[in-house]
Design a protein around this ligand. Structure first.
Ligand code: NAI
Ligand code: BGC
Length: 260
């Protein structure tokens, strides 16, 4: 637990399930008031809010597609309306629609880039406008992936979006470092969330996945929430512009494990 987080307020995008939900719940336990953004899964978002409130915390669910102009600004405004402040903005929402590149439709490419990259830009911009205008040493956390570094066949749009998030993250971290605004990314490996449900339920696919994780197993979402709490806290006050990989070693060239 990080005592300096108590009493702060955060927006977490795509927080109705998976990693976003886990981050929102962890923030709630830290005493952070949370705007729980969702796009279509209102029930999931309401459940997360109810769990935070049941534990004595504050939270509100707010609908919005992060790829659309104005949505991130409305999320900032919701934090100000409900909690009177905003300190932390987590750009977590993301999706994948695999397709071989020669068969990938422009619509498919565009949707993944719109949500995973443009959505992160819009979230960063909305948070910065609030932080800069009010001289707040705020904190921005962007959900990247091991695929900001590892190429991934059938996921050209996804890998391109996460590669884009890497340099967006680094550039904005540099640009606002003198304002005391910190900007960091998290790069999860394979985590047990709905995005990976099909893979994890198929024994052959699960075994193939575990083969490329040096630690030998997919991670639980709490492990990413731990990173999101540390990056938001003053314990990481001299850290900006990094991608903190939470990946069981996936980025370490696992093919070399038995090659020596
Ligand atoms: P998930 O599919 O379980 O959850 C994604 C969330 O984003 C859902 O709540 C969904 O409704 C929301 N979302 C999707 N499009 C949205 C939009 N346009 N506006 C608002 N919300 C939207 O996925 P998961 O695993 O929780 O992924 C979260 C983030 O973590 C994504 O950015 C993903 O790329 C990233 N990631 C996940 C990994 C994993 O193994 N689960 C590994 C590396 C990165
Ligand atoms: C993807 C997961 C995948 C992991 C490792 C993440 O970016 O969202 O589906 O398991 O990377 O490949």
């Amino acid at each position: 637990m990080y005592p300096d987080l108590n009493g702060k307020a955060a927006v977490v995008t795509g927080a109705s399930k998976g990693l976003g939900a886990e981050i929102a719940l962890r923030y709630g336990r830290e005493g952070i008031s949370v705007v729980v953004n969702y796009n279509s899964d209102q029930k999931g978002a309401d459940d997360v809010v109810a769990q935070i409130q049941a534990a004595g915390g504050k939270a509100v669910a707010v609908q919005g597609d992060v790829s659309k102009e104005g949505v991130a600004d409305a999320l900032v405004q919701a934090a100000l309306d409900h909690f009177g402040r905003l300190d932390i903005f987590v750009n977590n929402a993301g999706l994948e629609h695999p397709a071989h590149t020669h068969e990938m439709t422009l619509e498919n490419w565009q949707r993944v880039i719109d949500v995973n990259l443009t959505g992160v830009f819009l979230g960063i911009r909305a948070a910065l406008r609030h932080f800069v205008d009010n001289k707040i040493k705020g904190n921005i956390i962007n959900m990247s992936s091991v695929h900001e570094q590892i190429p991934w066949p059938r996921f050209a749009h996804y890998a391109a979006s996460k590669g884009g998030v890497k340099l967006l993250n680094e550039t904005v971290a540099m640009e606002y470092a003198r304002e005391g605004i910190r900007v960091n990314a998290i790069g999860p490996g394979a985590m047990n969330t709905p995005i990976n449900k099909e893979k994890m339920n198929d024994p052959a696919q699960k075994a193939a996945l575990e083969e490329i994780i040096p630690m030998g197993y997919a991670g639980e979402p709490e492990l990413v929430a731990n990173a999101a709490a540390w990056l938001a806290s003053d314990e990481s006050s001299y850290v900006t512009g990094i991608t903190l990989f939470v990946d069981g070693g996936m980025t370490l060239y696992p093919a070399f494990m038995n090659n020596g």
